[in-house]
Design a protein around this ligand. Structure first.
Ligand code: 13P
Length: 254
């Protein structure tokens, strides 16, 4: 698997049903008409919309469907959770794992995140593994070590093949939903560190093939500068993915 320029939309807990169907169909039409076929586009709607959207968007559409979360056990007494295997059965292609909102608001620890990564891969889907430091770590100058530890705890155990099938999203927590995006230099510094860390663990070739996305107040205005950084292969987009025009413009920023 080589690196692929990617625009992934994380809708988070937004959109009423009719809005979600409309947004999805607008995005799909625009992607078909305007986005270069070398660019991968993904939308990750709330779980309840996955099945209807999966039916709207054919499996061979250039627009792929992802989930925002899943639980690693195949079935059982886990009230309120959705099994990774269920998403695979529905034809989901990608699953976001370890988003900082899951880690902070729902207490997801490294060990659970690692199990989730494994379950997504075992079920034939692609994890979008999220990492990124809080503001106090950035201010203390320890952000590179912090992110390397998250990579080490979450994906270092994977086989070469599984690692190359995993997308990594660097999302500094201080940039998420704040309008304060990382500068291209700040993003590039961490992306390069992630690639170096993987290179040391797994070798240069594996590291060169990994797709690393930036997330945190990424929009159509700042995407061209961010995406032109050597180690930035696209974005995981929150707020700006809720408007078809801005999301598609981001996908056209490579
Ligand atoms: P924003 O683009 O809204 O800052 O969100 C980023 C994010 O968390 C994507 O997963």
């Amino acid at each position: 698997m080589a690196r692929i320029n990617t625009a992934a939309g994380n809708w988070k807990m937004n959109q009423q049903p009719e809005e979600a169907y409309k947004l999805c169909s607008e995005i799909e039409n625009m992607v078909k008409d305007e986005v270069d076929s070398s660019v991968r586009t993904i939308i990750c709607p709330p779980l309840v919309y996955i099945n209807p959207l999966r039916r709207m968007v054919s499996k061979d559409s250039p627009l792929k469907i992802g989930a925002q979360n899943s639980y690693p056990e195949p079935k059982g007494a886990y009230t309120g959770e959705v099994a990774t295997a269920m998403l695979a059965e529905m034809g989901v292609d990608y699953v976001i794992v370890g988003h900082s909102e899951r880690r902070m608001l729902f207490g997801e620890v490294d060990d659970l995140v690692k199990k989730k990564v494994d379950a997504v891969l075992e079920n034939g889907m692609t994890p979008i593994f999220c990492c990124g430091e809080p503001l106090e770590i950035r201010d203390s100058g320890k952000h590179l070590e912090y992110v390397s530890d998250q990579i080490s705890n979450g994906v270092s155990h994977l086989s070469d093949n599984d690692l190359q099938n995993t997308l990594i999203a660097y999302e500094p927590i201080w940039a998420i939903g704040t309008g304060r995006t990382a500068s291209p230099e700040q993003a590039q510094e961490v992306h390069k560190e992630i690639r170096n860390f993987i290179s040391n663990e797994k070798g240069k070739e594996i590291a060169a093939n990994i797709t690393i996305l930036y997330g945190g107040s990424c929009n159509a205005e700042n995407a061209p500068d961010l995406f032109s950084c050597e180690d930035v292969d696209g974005g995981l987009i929150g707020g700006a993915s809720l408007k078809a025009r801005s999301f598609v413009d981001i996908a056209k920023s490579f």
